[in-house]
Write a protein that binds this ligand. Structure first.
Ligand code: ZN
Length: 448
């Protein structure tokens, strides 16, 4: 078999919270940024409309002539020049600054790349920019744009992002919130600082619900070409009934259970649910008579709780996905097999960790991609009832939630491990097809 070392480029994003602006106060910063957001959306929407009017004319002309539609035949360069000059004229008294030239250049790129999808194939929607949408600033190696910095002399003003986007040439500097750096994004930040990862677009986002500014930094890197990874070695990741995650590998008996105690998922969940209930009741009492207008600037206790909940879940998922990848790496597995999650899945309904799985799977996929490991999904129906030793499927194989005991061959194992072992088996779908045909059991009775 021919083996190729392929280098793949990946683009990913880390999100960090803005702690405060440096050298100006919040009202000044907000005023400046909200205004920029507005100009930004006006300008981009205008650009789209101009482009739309022009391209429509050209497409009609080309169609009439019966020639092939492409960049050349629609005279793309002319369209772009027209749109750019329109924007330059209409917005010259607003921000004749970097922010503005950035905005339309981004739009120009988008249109050049996606015009066929938007106007002909209609696979992409006509873009629309909200008044409170993100402000994108591209990092370029000159005085304009943006950059990240770390200040080691002062712990209180440590990690910073500067933006140089306005006319007056003074930089806007924001301090990033220390506790938005977690064990999963701190190494990325450090690589960005060292230049090992290249960052491109930095987006400033205002979350109305949280009344906070965030910064998204997108960065690119090559996937690690790991020659030790063997595509024949497969790790099965079972989203367990008893444990959140259980892993098995088809090459040896290595296994890994992520226990709830390791991350405290259930305890946290119970606490949160209880407090959420109480807070809801309280907030209803307090806020019922208020008019809808003029909400308090501060976050409500309920909003703070939701914030905490989201943070906890994300951190837990980052940790678990890291363990999955490490398990695969230590076994040199080239493939990770996940259960195909579906909405309203019967198994999903009774999984007590249901609330974390979608995000967890996404994180596993992302991290696997980065490590050069392939991810496959398998329909999980029957994987919990199928014997990973002989392939016999029977609901009687599961005498208890945590026990697997094959009534045919006598194989005994932890139920989650048996399921993970099934997922790791490259033949599992064939085995299940054959066995379930033999059984002709009803789906419902199997999952009773
Ligand atoms: Zn068996």
């Amino acid at each position: 078999m021919e083996e190729k070392v392929k280098k793949n480029k990946f683009t990913k994003v880390i999100r960090l919270e803005v702690d405060k602006p440096i050298g100006e106060d919040w009202p000044a910063f907000n005023k400046k940024m909200f205004e920029l957001q507005k100009v930004y959306s006006d300008m981009l929407n205008d650009y789209c409309l101009n482009f739309f009017a022009e391209i429509k004319k050209r497409i009609d002309e080309v169609n009439e002539q019966g020639i092939t539609l492409n960049k050349k035949s629609v005279k793309m360069t002319d369209i772009i020049n027209f749109c750019n000059s329109e924007i330059a004229t209409n917005y010259k008294d607003r921000y004749t600054s970097y922010a503005y030239s950035q905005a339309y250049r981004l739009m120009q790129l988008k249109m050049e790349n996606e015009w066929q999808d938007i106007f002909i194939k209609k696979t992409k929607r006509f873009p629309f920019y909200r008044k409170d949408g993100p402000i994108h600033i591209k990092h370029e190696r000159n005085i304009y744009g943006c950059g990240i910095e770390e200040n080691n002399d002062d712990e209180k003003v440590k990690r910073l992002i500067w933006l140089s986007i306005f006319n007056n040439s003074s930089k806007t500097i924001v301090l990033l919130r220390n506790n938005s750096f977690k064990d999963y994004n701190l190494p990325i930040w450090e690589r960005l600082l060292k230049g090992e990862y290249k960052y491109g677009m930095v987006s400033l986002i205002y979350k109305k619900s949280k009344r906070k500014w965030f910064v998204n930094i997108s960065y690119t890197f090559d996937s690690i070409a790991n020659e030790k990874l063997d595509p024949g070695i497969r790790v099965g990741v079972d989203l367990g009934v008893v444990f959140p995650v259980c892993m098995a590998v088809n090459s040896n008996h290595d296994r890994l259970f992520v226990k709830d105690d390791d991350i405290g998922l259930l305890r946290f969940r119970r606490q949160i649910e209880k407090r959420r209930k109480n807070l809801r009741r309280m907030e209803r009492k307090i806020f019922d008579n208020r008019s809808g207008k003029g909400r308090k600037h501060k976050l409500s206790p309920l909003e703070l709780l939701e914030d905490k909940y989201e943070n906890f879940r994300r951190t837990a998922n980052h940790r678990m996905s890291k363990w999955v990848i490490n398990f695969a790496k230590r076994n040199n597995a080239g493939v990770i097999v996940l259960e195909a999650l579906r909405e309203n899945d019967k198994k999903q309904k009774y999984l007590k960790f249901n609330w974390i799985y979608h995000e967890l799977q996404t994180m596993i996929k992302n991290k696997a991609e980065e490590a050069g490991i392939k991810v496959e999904t398998v329909n999980p129906a029957y994987t919990s009832l199928c014997c990973s030793e002989c392939g016999h499927i029977d609901k009687l194989n599961r005498p208890a939630r945590d026990k697997f005991h094959c009534i045919k061959c006598g194989y005994q194992e932890h139920a989650d491990y048996n399921a993970a072992r099934n997922l790791a088996n490259p033949e599992i779908e064939t085995i299940i097809q054959k066995s379930s045909k033999k059984n002709k059991e009803d789906d419902n009775s199997l999952f009773a």
